[in-house]
Design a protein around this ligand. Structure first.
Ligand code: ARG
Length: 585
C-alpha cells in the first residue's frame, strides 16, 4: 500500500522550489496553488512575494518560469495578468499518477500524519421512546464520520449515549409491576416493530395513570428512589425496558444498513458510578459552587432573558443528577479510560448551549486542555415541505421507520421502471440500497449545521444531486466494463488525453486531499460534493469520449482505465458515506 502524492501537491512543491531558487532572498514562499478553469492550476503566490521584495510581479514571474524549465510534469507555464502563473501539467503526468492510484487498494490515499484516538458520540436514541428524524441525522452523520476517520487511520471509539436513565422510569417500572405481563412476548423472535408497539402502549397507559391517579403518582416517585438506590427488583425491570428498546433500535439501525455493536452502547446509566466523584472533583476545585441548594457552574457569557446568569446545574437541590453530570462523567471516562485526544459529539444544534457549558466546565476542571479537545458536530433541524420542523399532519413527530419504509417503496418504483432483467428479489434488494442511500445522501450532502427539507420525491430523483444519480453512474460504468469483453482497463501514459479526460483525471486525483479535509473539518458534505462532481465529470467524459469505439486499442484501454478508476473511487467514497453501490441497477 503506497500513498500517492496528488499532482496538485507535486506541482505546489515544484513551484515552491523554483520560487526559492529564483528568489533566494525571499526565504520559503507559498506559491498558493489552486485548480483553475484557464489552465490546470493557477499560482497567485508571486504577487505577495513581489510586494515583500518590492519587485515587479510580472518580472519575478518570468524569472520563476525560466527557472522551471520544461519537464515530464509541466507542459506549460505561462505568466498572466498582474503576475499569476497558469500551469498545465502533461497528459503523461496525469495518467501516471492515476495509474499509481489504481495500483493501490486505498487509491493512493495516505494515512493521516498524526493519527490519534477519537471518541464519536452518535446514534443516541432514548429508551422506551420512538426514534425520530433527529436520531436519523445523528446516526447517518456519525456513521459517515466514523468510517471517514477510520479510513484516515484514526483510532475511533464509538459511543452510543442512549437516554436510558431518568425519573420517567419510575412511572414505567411501577406500571409494569402492577401489570406484569405487558412486556411479554408470544415467541422468542420479537420484531423491532412489536417491541416498540409494546413500549408505546405501556408508555401511554402508564402516563395516563400517572396523570389521573395521585396514588399511582406517589408510588411511581417511590419507585424512582428505589431505582436510584439500586434496588434489585427495580433494576431488573428497568433492564427489561432497555432490552426491549434495544430490539427496536437494532431493527432500525439494521434497516439503515448500519452496524451498531452492543459494547459501544454505553447509555447515560453507564456513568452512574462516576457521578458522585465528578461532583466532588468539581466542588473541591471550586469549578462548581453551591447556589440555592444546587451545585452549579457559572459562565460570564451565559445569561437568561432577565440578564441573570444561567448556570450549568450538575447536581439538583434535591440531590438528583441530570444530563450535565452524566456528560461530564462521560468526558472523564473517554479521556482518562479510553485515552481519547478528541471527542466528537454528533448532536442537534439545539443542544449547543449545553455542550458549550459542559466543555467549558471540563476545561476548567482540567479534563479537557490543549492536547485533548471536544467538538460538537452540531446538526440542524429536518424540516417538512412547508419549511417547519417535520411533523405528521396530526402534528406528531414522524416515526423514523415509517419514513424509511416510504423511501424504500419510492425507490422500488424507480428501480422497477428502469429494471430490465432484474428478478423481484433483486428489485427488493436494490430498492433498499437505493431508498436508504437516498435518505442518507440527502442528509449528508447538505452542510450538517443547516436545516434541510425532507422531500422524498427529490431524494429518489434520477436527476440532480442525489445518491440515485451516483449509483446509476456507478452501475453504468460497471456495465461498460462488462461489455468491453477482452479489452481490459490499462493505463497508457503515452496516449494523449482529450479535455474531458484531463478534467476527470485531475478530479480523480483530488480524492485523497478531499478526504483529508473532510476528516479534519468533520464536514462529510464535502465528500458528497466531491462525488457528485466526479459523476458529473464522468458524464461529460462519457458523452465526449467514446470508450469502446475509441480510435486505437491503447486508447480503448486507457479510457476503460479511467472508467474503472472512477468506479472504484465512487464505490469507496459512497461506502465511506455508508451508501451501497449496486453493480447493476
Ligand atoms: N439522547 C439524546 C437525545 O435524544 C442525545 C444524546 C447526545 N449525547 C450526549 N452525550 N449528550 O437528544
Amino acid at each position: 500500500m503506497a500513498s500517492v502524492p496528488s499532482l496538485a501537491s507535486t506541482v505546489q512543491q515544484r513551484l515552491a522550489d523554483a520560487l526559492s531558487a529564483a528568489l533566494p532572498e525571499a526565504g520559503p514562499a507559498d506559491p498558493l496553488l489552486r485548480r483553475s478553469d484557464r489552465a490546470d492550476f493557477q499560482a497567485n503566490g508571486i504577487l505577495a512575494l513581489a510586494k515583500k521584495l518590492k519587485g515587479n510581479p510580472r518580472e519575478l514571474a518570468t524569472k520563476v518560469v525560466e527557472s522551471l524549465g520544461s519537464t515530464d510534469l509541466l507542459k506549460d507555464v505561462e505568466v498572466s495578468g498582474p503576475g499569476f502563473l497558469n500551469i498545465t501539467v502533461t497528459d503523461r503526468a496525469i495518467t501516471e499518477t492515476l495509474a499509481a492510484r489504481a495500483a493501490d487498494d486505498r487509491l493512493g490515499v495516505p494515512y493521516a500524519e498524526q493519527a490519534g484516538t477519537t471518541v464519536i458520540d452518535y446514534a443516541q436514541p432514548n429508551v422506551a421512546k420512538e426514534m425520530h428524524v433527529g436520531h436519523l441525522r445523528s446516526a447517518v452523520i456519525g456513521d459517515a464520520m466514523v468510517k471517514i476517520m477510520e479510513f484516515a487511520g484514526e483510532k475511533v471509539v464509538r459511543r452510543h449515549h442512549i437516554g436510558d436513565w431518568g425519573t420517567q422510569f419510575g412511572m414505567l417500572i411501577q406500571y409494569l409491576i402492577e401489570h406484569p405481563h405487558e412486556l411479554d412476548h408470544k415467541d422468542a423472535d420479537v420484531s423491532g416493530e412489536e417491541a416498540m408497539s409494546n413500549l408505546n402502549r405501556l408508555y401511554k397507559a402508564a402516563r395516563a395513570l400517572f396523570d389521573s391517579d395521585e396514588e399511582f403518582k406517589a408510588r411511581s416517585r417511590d419507585r424512582v428512589v428505589a431505582l436510584q438506590s439500586g434496588d434489585e427488583e427495580t433494576l431488573a425491570l428497568w433492564q427489561r425496558f432497555v432490552d426491549e428498546s434495544k430490539i427496536y433500535f437494532y431493527s432500525v439501525f439494521n434497516k439503515l444498513d448500519m452496524e451498531i455493536d452492543d459494547p459501544d452502547v454505553v447509555g447515560e446509566s453507564g456513568y452512574n458510578d462516576m457521578l458522585d466523584e465528578t461532583c466532588r472533583l468539581l466542588e473541591d476545585s471550586g469549578v462548581a459552587v453551591r447556589s440555592e441548594g444546587a451545585l452549579c457552574v457559572f459562565f460570564d457569557d451565559v445569561k437568561g432573558p432577565d440578564g441573570n446568569p444561567v448556570p450549568l446545574i450538575v447536581k439538583k437541590s434535591n440531590g438528583g443528577y441530570g444530563y450535565a453530570a452524566t456528560d461530564l462523567s462521560a468526558i472523564r471516562d473517554r479521556v482518562q479510560n479510553l485515552g481519547a485526544d478528541t471527542l466528537v459529539y454528533v448532536v442537534d444544534a439545539r443542544q449547543s448551549l449545553h455542550f458549550k457549558m459542559v466543555f467549558e466546565t471540563a476545561r476548567r476542571a482540567g479534563w479537557l486542555n490543549d492536547q485533548v479537545h471536544a467538538v460538537q458536530l452540531a446538526f440542524g433541524t429536518v424540516l417538512g415541505k412547508d419549511g417547519k420542523p417535520f411533523k405528521t399532519r396530526e402534528g406528531e413527530t414522524v416515526r423514523l421507520v415509517d419514513l424509511l419504509d416510504e423511501a424504500i417503496d419510492r425507490a422500488a418504483a424507480v428501480v422497477r421502471e428502469k429494471a430490465q432483467d432484474l428478478t423481484e428479489d433483486e428489485i427488493a434488494e436494490r430498492a433498499a440500497q437505493v431508498g436508504i442511500g437516498a435518505i442518507k445522501y440527502a442528509d449528508l450532502s447538505t452542510s450538517a449545521s443547516r436545516d434541510y427539507k425532507f422531500d422524498l420525491d427529490q431524494m429518489v430523483s434520477l436527476n440532480g444531486d442525489t445518491s440515485v444519480y451516483l449509483q446509476y453512474a456507478y452501475a453504468r460504468i460497471k456495465s461498460i466494463i462488462r461489455k468491453a469483453g477482452d479489452a481490459k482497463p490499462a493505463a497508457h501514459p503515452e496516449v494523449a488525453l482529450a479535455p474531458a479526460e484531463r478534467a476527470l483525471g485531475l478530479h480523480l486525483d483530488q480524492f485523497g486531499e478531499t478526504l483529508a479535509e473532510v476528516a479534519s473539518s468533520y464536514e462529510p458534505h464535502k465528500l458528497a460534493a466531491y462525488l457528485y462532481q466526479l459523476a458529473s465529470h464522468y458524464t461529460t467524459f462519457y458523452s465526449e469520449c467514446p470508450v469502446l469505439k475509441a480510435d486505437t486499442p491503447e486508447q480503448v484501454e486507457n479510457r476503460l482505465f479511467l472508467c474503472d478508476l472512477t468506479a472504484r473511487t465512487l464505490h469507496r467514497g459512497m461506502a465511506l458515506l455508508g451508501i451501497r453501490t449496486p453493480e447493476r441497477l
